[in-house]
Design a protein around this ligand. Structure first.
Ligand SMILES: Nc1ncnc2c1ncn2[C@@H]1O[C@H](COP(=O)(O)OP(=O)(O)OP(=O)(O)O)[C@@H](O)[C@H]1O
Length: 321
């Protein structure tokens, strides 16, 4: 089997008192074994909702309205909670953002990781769980002597390593990183990126990385999906999308990073606001902000056009050229 994950025509919505938020609509992507995809786009474009759909962790008001999520060939989109428990953490796992909030401040790190192991491997003995904790510490580059420390005794970078260790505790095949390096200073960010790349290679991990930051995508991902208002507007190899992007939104997003390792000015540099997903624009959701908008863009939603080399773009204007 070539793909570990195939997301087909995914629609994930939220029900709120004012109506239905169409957070993710018509999303398609495939991920090969040991490949890494980055989801990039402005705040609210549906990156986290896509990831939570794959993890079976949508909040109570969220639901998959339509679509399939094949994990190793089996559709998990309609899993019951009991079925999800067989996948979550042990097959598909997540590195949460904000290590300080996610860790319990009054519990030793070793106990927190042991708890994660025992939740999914209840038959594991205390000795085996402790050994696994030490193995995980070693794997993520933490000093074993610090295993019984408390979170406040660790630096931000070390805490992020703990979060990665917890995500790997049950040997998942697919890992989701939600802003895995946000809130870390640049030097520490570089070390965490190096760790993630090293782990991906050593453990043959597949990965979905969610970030606002294109420079991180270019360092840890093979493919990138540019999302806008709940849709993927362009997808392809990172190099192709960064150098030969075709979608007007992707162009603005990428040009907002003149040097992708430099100053990040993305949000300010794209005029207008993303639409309200309670009532998204007709046709192409980007048309109200698009300088090339044609009448057709207001009327029909563009299909993905195959540009070759697994590079796709959803844009009427590109389709006409
Ligand atoms: N629990 C919820 N109830 C209602 N609407 C929600 C809920 N969670 C997310 N949304 C809406 O769904 C849309 C997509 O949100 P999502 O968090 O997936 O975006 P995102 O791209 O991950 O944003 P960010 O970068 O800020 O995390 C937004 O319009 C958001 O307001």
């Amino acid at each position: 089997m070539e793909h570990i994950l195939e997301v087909k025509n995914l629609n994930t919505f939220f029900e709120i008192s004012q109506g239905i938020v169409r957070a993710v609509e018509g999303v398609n992507f495939n991920l090969k074994y040991s490949e890494s995809i980055g989801l990039v786009g402005e705040s609210g474009c549906g990156k986290t909702t896509t990831a939570l759909s794959v993890m079976g962790m949508l909040p109570d008001n969220g639901f998959i309205e339509h679509g399939e999520i094949f994990f190793e060939g089996k559709d998990i989109a309609k899993n019951t909670e009991a079925q999800w428990q067989l996948y979550r953490w042990s097959e598909i796992s997540m590195i949460f953002q904000g290590a300080m909030n996610a860790l319990n401040p009054v519990m030793k790190i070793s106990d927190q990781i042991t708890e994660a192991i025992k939740l999914h491997e209840p038959d594991s003995s205390d000795k085996a769980a402790r050994e696994r904790v030490l193995e995980l510490f070693h794997l993520v580059g933490l000093d074993e002597k610090r295993v019984d420390n408390y979170p406040h005794e660790f630096s931000g970078g070390m805490r992020q390593r703990v979060m990665i260790a917890m995500a790997l505790a049950c040997r998942p095949k697919l890992i989701i990183g939600d802003e895995p390096t946000t809130a870390l200073d640049v030097m520490v960010q570089a070390q965490i990126i190096e760790l993630i790349n090293d782990l991906r290679e050593r453990l043959n991990l597949s990965m979905i990385a969610i970030t606002h930051d294109l420079s991180i995508i270019s360092e840890i991902c093979d493919i990138v999906a540019v999302m806008y208002a709940g849709n993927i507007v362009e997808i392809g190899n990172v190099r192709d999308v960064i150098r030969q992007h075709k979608h007007p939104y992707a162009k603005k997003l990428i040009n907002a990073f003149p040097n992708i390792y430099g100053k990040k000015t993305m949000v300010e540099s794209i005029p207008g606001d993303p639409p309200n997903l309670l009532n998204p624009p007709s046709g192409c959701r980007f048309h109200p902000r698009c300088e090339y908008c044609l009448p057709v863009c207001k009327e029909s939603s563009p299909e993905l056009i195959d540009l070759g080399n697994e590079h796709f773009v959803a844009c009427h204007i590109v389709g006409r050229n």
